[in-house]
Design a protein around this ligand. Structure first.
Ligand code: HPA
Length: 270
């Protein structure tokens, strides 16, 4: 794994002169952010050695280097999901590579189903914490000390400073910004009403099929993390609406200007 990370990092380093300190992983239907980037270089996943190739409709699969909010950043358009069949090491491989090229801060976004009864479709939620319900932890197996500690703390998996910064921005700009705990599940099924209820009872506010693996690895690697969910559907024991991938994408597309605004302003301040 170490060799693969080094090889891929070396390849990426050859592609552009400057290496970013911040990487942004864009979730389902949330790719519009890249249209705001002053692009310097794009690299298709298919051209990157050791990179898995994304298979899901709505994920186009490339790394984009450029300027956003006055910062030189790297955006990952399309991520690797566990439900596609990738193992946890593959899902999180890009984060390892980002660290190896010098990235210190990771922004993650996703579409998620809301269980919190205060939430509405289209709400944007800052992730304050998560619950890992994937069947495996990406750090399972041999630990490479050069990548991080055997038993990393997850007490502040999502930087409190970033949460406060997002709150300030929301307050200044009159944005309704929710806080919540993201429950990460393997998917690909959406939840039964009883499962949404269960996730709410155990302390979750939103549920999705991504993010948790990448955030675990980012913490292992000592990166600071900011996470944001767009609430694309609601679930619970009294909710009978049936979510679909198309609906999730449409709701994400509609809410993404708010998310883009917050991320851009965050970048200006970090
Ligand atoms: N459940 C799981 N993943 C999701 C959902 C959901 O309701 N909405 C968007 N991603």
């Amino acid at each position: 794994m170490i060799e693969k990370i080094k090889e891929t990092a070396a390849f990426i380093s050859q592609q552009t002169d400057e290496m970013p300190k911040t990487a942004i992983i864009l979730g389902t239907g949330l790719g519009d952010l890249v249209n705001h980037i002053d692009v310097v270089k794009e690299i298709a996943y298919a051209d990157i050695p050791n990179f898995p190739v994304s298979t899901v409709a709505g994920h186009s699969g490339k790394l984009i280097f450029g300027h956003l909010g006055g910062k030189y950043i790297l955006a990952m358009q399309g991520r690797f999901h566990y439900y596609e069949g990738y193992d946890m090491k593959e899902v999180t491989f890009p984060v390892r590579v980002f660290k190896a090229i010098g990235v210190e801060t990771l922004f993650v976004s996703n579409a998620a189903g809301g269980m919190n009864k205060e939430f509405s479709v289209g709400d944007v939620m800052v992730i304050t914490d998560h619950i890992n319900l994937f069947p495996e932890n990406p750090l399972r197996g041999k630990n490479y000390e050069e990548l991080g500690p055997r038993f990393p703390a997850m007490t502040e998996a999502y930087s409190r400073e970033f949460v406060a910064m997002a709150d300030d921005i929301a307050k200044e700009d009159g944005i309704r910004l929710m806080h919540g705990v993201y429950v990460g599940t393997p998917g690909p099924t959406f939840e039964t009403p009883a499962e949404y209820e269960y996730f709410r009872v155990i302390g979750g506010d939103a549920v999705g099929m991504s993010t948790v693996p990448e955030v675990i690895v980012a913490n292992h690697a000592g990166m600071r993390v900011f996470g944001v969910s767009v609430i694309t559907d609601l679930g619970g024991k009294d909710i009978t609406e049936v979510p679909s991938h198309e609906e999730v994408q449409q709701a994400a597309v509609k809410a993404q200007p708010v998310m883009t605004h917050i991320i851009k302003k965050m970048l200006e301040r970090i």
